[in-house]
Design a protein around this ligand. Structure first.
Ligand SMILES: [Zn+2]
Length: 71
């Protein structure tokens, strides 16, 4: 068993933030967002955004990584 735990603290209130994976699709584009959300003040830090688009049998993948201060 492998466990990888990253503790990210909220820059506003210093509470431990939760890693949330959001997935939504609209207009043939599926977007997956990895973000940290503070359960106390709802502060959000977006980590990574991946969008998958089906373009006539071809798959277009776009990945965007956000550089953020996690400490
Ligand atoms: Zn907070």
């Amino acid at each position: 068993m492998r466990s990888r735990t990253t503790v990210v603290t909220c820059p506003r209130c210093r509470n431990t933030m939760n890693l949330v994976i959001e997935s939504e699709s609209s207009g043939g584009v599926r977007r997956i967002t990895y973000l940290y959300i503070c359960p106390v003040c709802r502060y959000r830090i977006t980590q990574e955004e991946t969008s998958v688009k089906l373009n006539g049998g071809k798959i277009e993948l776009r990945r965007r990584v956000y550089v953020s201060r996690l400490h």
